[in-house]
Design a protein around this ligand. Structure first.
Ligand code: SAM
Length: 291
């Protein structure tokens, strides 16, 4: 480390005391204080000086500091105005760190990437995400099809498990399909409560999402595909035939069974057993039938 580590319990408490900072639960402020966890997160992102890192929610800069040492450039987006002067102080003289004040859900991220990472060979998102908006943030990154290599994030363990779940289990759902359509997920590690100040009341995990060059199946209409997936999980205990009947309207329910059979799918199966390829086939067949 070129400067004192931000992420020790003492430094974190000192910074908080110096600036009279108080944590806002509503912004998901649980700061990391463990060097090993920080190193594991950065290592998983496969960064080097030719690559950039977009951090969401730098807090007082614990992860930012590790990223700055490993990546060519770091841009950190922080919503909380009270943290901006702290970050400017912590990174005064650190030329490869840029702090952007804003709500990541409202920012033009494509524009920010184009502006901040000129000349680098790739960009990854690396963050200890605010848990209250994990899914909206990740879906924004994926749906906007941003030119990213990896997304490595600390999130609630239960959400990480759902993102990485395979068909056939109760964790597999529309979030698993959406994430795996765009990425190959890998659970990096689980993390105890004790590595945060203040400690969250849920378990945490680091997940790595490697962006695919192209989806695992060709889908003509992504919007229809995702609506079909959502509908298939609408009532988890119902069969795929029943869920899809509700989707296309009761008057057309007699069309669902032959349509599923035409795709080689037993209508008595539940949504949670279907693969991405099978969902794509169902969506395509529904569209061909005019639904
Ligand atoms: N990276 C720091 C660390 O690991 O110690 C802090 C992580 S803390 C879990 C989440 C951070 O995200 C907080 O600093 C919070 O203010 C910020 N945040 C919350 N919502 C945000 C949003 N919509 N856009 C940008 N930052 C946000």
């Amino acid at each position: 480390m070129t400067q004192a580590d931000v992420a020790t319990p003492k430094r974190t408490r000192d910074i908080i005391a110096k600036y009279g900072f108080s944590f806002k639960k509503s912004l998901g402020q649980n700061f990391l204080i463990d060097q090993n966890v920080l190193r594991n997160i950065v290592e998983a992102a496969e960064l080097d000086k030719t690559k950039g890192a977009l951090e969401i929610g730098p807090g007082i800069g614990a992860l930012t500091q590790h990223l700055a040492e490993t990546a060519g450039r770091v841009t950190a987006v922080e919503i909380d105005q009270r943290l901006i002067p702290i970050l400017h102080d912590v990174f005064q003289g650190t030329e490869n760190v840029h702090v952007e004040h804003g709500d990541v859900l409202k920012l033009d991220l494509r524009g920010l990437l184009e502006q901040q990472f000129v000349g680098l060979t790739g960009v990854s998102v690396v963050a200890n995400l605010p848990y209250y908006v994990t899914t909206p943030i990740l879906m924004k990154l994926l749906e906007e099809k941003l030119p990213l290599e990896n997304i490595v994030v600390m999130i609630q363990k239960e959400v990480a498990v759902r993102m990485a779940a395979k068909p056939g289990g109760k964790e597999y759902g529309s979030l698993s399909v959406a994430v795996q359509y765009y990425c190959v997920p890998e659970l990096v590690c689980t993390v105890p409560h004790t590595v945060f100040i203040p400690q969250p009341n849920v378990d945490s995990a680091v997940i790595k999402l490697k962006l695919r060059d192209k989806p695992p199946v060709e889908v003509a209409d992504e919007d229809h595909f995702f609506r079909t997936v959502q509908a298939s999980f609408a009532q988890r205990r119902k069969t795929i035939a029943n869920n899809l009947s509700a989707f296309i309207g009761k008057a057309n329910r007699d069309k669902v069974v032959p349509l599923l059979e035409g795709c080689g799918i037993d209508p008595a199966r539940r949504g949670e057993t279907l693969s991405i390829v099978e969902f794509a086939a169902v969506s395509h067949a529904l569209q061909q039938a005019g639904f």
